[in-house]
Write a new protein. Structure first.
Length: 321
């Protein structure tokens, strides 16, 4: 089953108990929720030499992650060891029922913190019936552009829900953030908590949630790097609308609710920058100004942004001009 992890409970985490007719009870099944946050004893059942590979992909919403498990019988050390797979795209808004198969191409592997052992999480790109990147696959173009500018060693550190992923170089930023989101949602399920990445899930007079993105290249991190930081910011100022269109899944409509110019946010309608100023589009930390090198922070991406779209737009502007 393809599981939409944003809104649907994971019933694998519930304990099903058979009532015994010998005890004078009616035979049936009841559902208990006593495992909330506690260790699930079934995770420790022996699985022999088999390995469970949990294939993860981004669905047609560009916000939700889906997944299903494939059982393998050889230890996996590289994505090259993993078979291509497929899923029903008609249930994920990625195809219709008359031509529903979408392929899964493994691109990154991680240790599975839930099943543990040699079991793994497998991040995948989606491939269409013509063996081309699916229209919802934003990773493919991002990876191509990261390869073009890899000699500049672009680093990213992305904050979300007040924990940070990174620094990561190139395509690994998007890979790690998407898998981190899956892990966050999966942990939340253990406690009957539903995660929302909406930048302003509750309307009102407050700042909402962003996905502030810290950025640098090798030249920026070296002595005298401030001139390269200022050059990048100048380039950003000329592409404000293009960046806003890529900084949330709805071409700026979600961010319009957050980037109001109040509560330490910049207005969505204009580009600004400053030192230690959290009311700007782009902030240079005070310590970076004093050191004359380091990184800068783009405060515009929304909490539900696609990190591939964000980092791709950044390197297109900053590195590939």
């Amino acid at each position: 089953m393809n599981k939409p992890y944003l809104n649907t409970p994971n019933f694998d985490n519930y304990l099903y108990v058979m009532k015994s007719p010998r005890a004078g009870r009616t035979t049936g099944i009841t559902m208990a929720t006593e495992l909330d946050g506690l260790k699930n004893p079934f995770l420790d059942l022996p699985q022999g030499e088999a390995i469970q590979a949990y294939y993860i992909w981004i669905d047609g919403s560009r916000q939700n992650v889906r997944g299903k498990t494939r059982t393998l019988y050889n230890k996996v050390t590289s994505v090259k060891d993993l078979p291509k797979w497929n899923f029903d795209g008609s249930s994920t808004k990625q195809s219709d029922g008359t031509n529903s198969d979408v392929y899964l191409q493994p691109v990154a592997i991680f240790k599975d913190p839930f099943r543990r052992g040699n079991n793994i999480l497998v991040l995948c790109e989606t491939i269409d019936a013509e063996n081309k990147p699916h229209r919802t696959n934003s990773r493919h173009e991002c990876n191509k552009n990261m390869e073009k500018c890899k000699n500049q060693h672009p680093w990213f550190g992305i904050e979300q829900w007040e924990y940070q992923i990174g620094p990561c170089e190139g395509i690994t930023m998007g890979d790690h953030l998407w898998v981190s989101r899956y892990i966050l949602i999966r942990v939340a399920e253990e406690f009957d908590v539903v995660v929302s990445f909406d930048p302003k899930p509750i309307p009102g007079d407050w700042n909402g949630a962003g996905c502030h993105t810290n950025i640098s290249t090798e030249d920026m991190r070296k002595e005298g790097g401030m001139k390269h930081i200022l050059k990048a910011i100048e380039l950003f100022s000329k592409k404000h609308k293009e960046h806003i269109a890529e900084y949330d899944p709805f071409q700026g409509m979600d961010n319009a609710r957050r980037l109001t110019g109040d509560h330490e946010t910049a207005s969505i309608h204009e580009f600004t920058h400053g030192v230690a100023n959290r009311a700007c589009s782009v902030r240079i930390p005070r310590a970076v100004q004093e050191a004359g090198c380091g990184y800068f922070e783009d405060r515009r991406p929304s909490s539900n942004c696609d990190p591939y779209s964000v980092t791709n737009r950044i390197v297109k502007t900053m590195c590939l001009n």
